[in-house]
Design a protein around this ligand. Structure first.
Ligand code: ZN
Length: 510
């Protein structure tokens, strides 16, 4: 079994905000989960560096596009992965030769098979989106743009582009795309995104302009070097150029097809244009396109331009990286929009992390130290709880198959909540006073250790550092990431509890 997961490649025009970070940690959590199943897993992320918007931004900053993109990749995008503790297997930049060569091979293949032609056209183009707009994509402008039609995402007027360009015969793929959607309902998820895109395809597709000749910051069209490849056409191909398309067949066969985790606003590129490109080139269609929701701040979509942008460090500096990952992957139903607020983050941090799992683990470890001299009782878990641990493991694993990360986290926390209740009900400190209850005390604490072990393994893809600390605290050996996640409930514990470093220290409001 293999699992290949990708984030979009990020447009280096911007620095990372928590909207990007949300996408990246979701893909990373999925990759870590599949790795812990023992699957042949590969996670790709990277940067999208061509196009008119980058060229204009570089020029506006007295820079060349080469220097500008190098600087942003090295100073912002790569460090962002460290900040988020992302274990990506590869990072691709669209300015790399391996990408350029693959794009040119792919394009030549489409040209040779007759899917590309030369033609004239006039259309509205949003440089912010790097996308051609139809009238349904535009809305009436406000303020300084009153009386004009503007991009519904950027609230700025589009530019009328009139050029002779190369076109991809996207319109020819309408029937095959509908057939793909109908025969593989899981291909695009969630259902809301799938339904919207199916209607879009059913309404008819226009051929797509895939080259530009008015600027040169891009990959040259191999048979006509006056043209550069349209930035989205270039960008989508990163998913295959990074794994050896046209260069290393063995690597390509091993990884492809991939699972694309994207914001719903770019699902159209990934689940309409991209599969048509794949059909035209005769490569397998992607496994899945998952269009997650937007992060809303104060009711608005997160964006730098709308001043709602929050950098990941603003959160990780205060709460730590694991709280960041936990919060976004559990508080937001993956696939729906979610609102971010500092109050909600702070409240979940204290209730679910500090008082929930952190407090549970430190109490249980302290009791084993106190009543059993640190020796973990080797009793079996109480049957009703053992059943819960096994059931939660199976349900969490099944949720991940459906990309329902929040449900998987909730299953792990159902164990934590149950154990906190179980301690209140069984009152081990009372049992400890009665020598005749020694066996019962041992059973209660052994049940707790096994449950914490199960939760720690299930949470390892979500909160890698904290799960490792928990693991050491309950006497687990080695790297928790080496555990098999499907066996999370069968861990029987070791001999002795270890040291538990502070997991989620209280954060004083400043
Ligand atoms: Zn736009």
């Amino acid at each position: 079994m293999g699992f290949y997961v990708t984030t979009p490649i990020f447009y280096v025009n911007d620095v990372p905000h928590i909207g990007h970070a949300y996408n990246i940690v979701a893909a990373d959590a999925l990759a870590r989960w599949h790795r812990m199943r023992g699957e042949d897993t590969w996670m790709l992320t990277g940067t999208d560096e061509h196009g008119q918007k980058i060229l204009r931004t570089a020029t506006a900053n007295d820079s060349t596009p080469e220097d500008w993109t190098d600087r942003l990749v090295e100073s912002a995008w790569k460090p962002n992965l460290e900040v988020l503790n992302v274990a990506n297997d590869d990072f691709i930049r669209t300015t790399e030769p391996r990408h350029r060569d693959g794009v040119q091979k792919f394009l030549q293949r489409l040209y040779d098979s007759g899917y590309i032609y030369y033609g004239e056209f006039e259309a509205e183009y949003c440089v912010g989106c790097e996308e051609y707009k139809t009238s349904t994509d535009l809305v009436p402008g406000q303020g300084e743009y009153e009386g004009q039609q503007v991009c519904s995402i950027h609230s700025r007027p589009t530019e009328t582009v009139k050029e002779a360009n190369y076109f991809f015969k996207l319109s020819e793929f309408q029937d095959r795309l509908l057939e793909l959607y109908d025969s593989r309902p899981e291909y695009v998820q969630p259902a809301s995104v799938r339904n919207e895109l199916r209607s879009f395809i059913a309404a008819g597709l226009n051929d797509l302009s895939i080259s530009r000749s008015t600027f040169d910051w891009g990959i040259k069209v191999p048979w006509d070097e006056k043209h550069v490849v349209y930035v989205w056409f270039d960008a989508l191909l990163n998913y295959i150029t990074a794994i050896g398309y046209g260069e290393d067949d063995e690597s390509f066969e091993r990884r492809w097809p991939g699972n694309h985790i994207v914001g719903k606003d770019i699902a159209r590129f990934h689940a309409v244009i991209w599969p048509a490109m794949q059909m035209a080139a005769g490569i397998e269609i992607s496994e899945r396109v998952y269009g997650h929701g937007w992060l809303l701040v104060g009711g608005e979509k997160m964006s730098k331009s709308k001043a709602t942008g929050i950098s990941p460090e603003q959160i990780t500096d205060v709460f730590g990286v694991d709280a960041f990952r936990f919060y976004f992957l559990s508080a937001i139903h993956f696939g729906s929009d979610g609102s971010f607020s500092w109050e909600d983050l702070d409240s979940r941090y204290h209730s679910e992390l500090a008082n929930g799992i952190g407090n549970l683990a430190s109490r249980v470890i302290a009791m084993i130290n106190k009543y059993f001299d640190g020796q973990i009782p080797q009793n079996a878990a109480e049957p009703a709880l053992a059943e819960l641990f096994a059931g939660a493991t199976d349900r969490a694993n099944a949720a991940i198959d459906e990309f329902q990360i929040h449900d998987a986290v909730a299953e792990a926390f159902s164990i934590v909540d149950r154990l906190n209740g179980y301690i209140t009900e069984t009152t081990p400190w009372v049992l400890a006073k009665d020598e005749a209850q020694r066996d019962r005390l041992a059973e209660v604490l052994a049940t707790n250790i096994r449950g914490i072990g199960t939760a720690a393994v299930l949470l390892a893809p979500i909160m890698p550092e904290s799960a490792q600390k928990l693991w050491q605290g309950i006497g687990g050996e080695g790297d928790i990431a080496d555990q098999r996640i499907q066996d999370a409930s069968s861990w029987v514990g070791s001999d002795r509890v270890g040291e538990l470093p502070p997991l989620f220290p209280r954060i004083e409001q400043s």
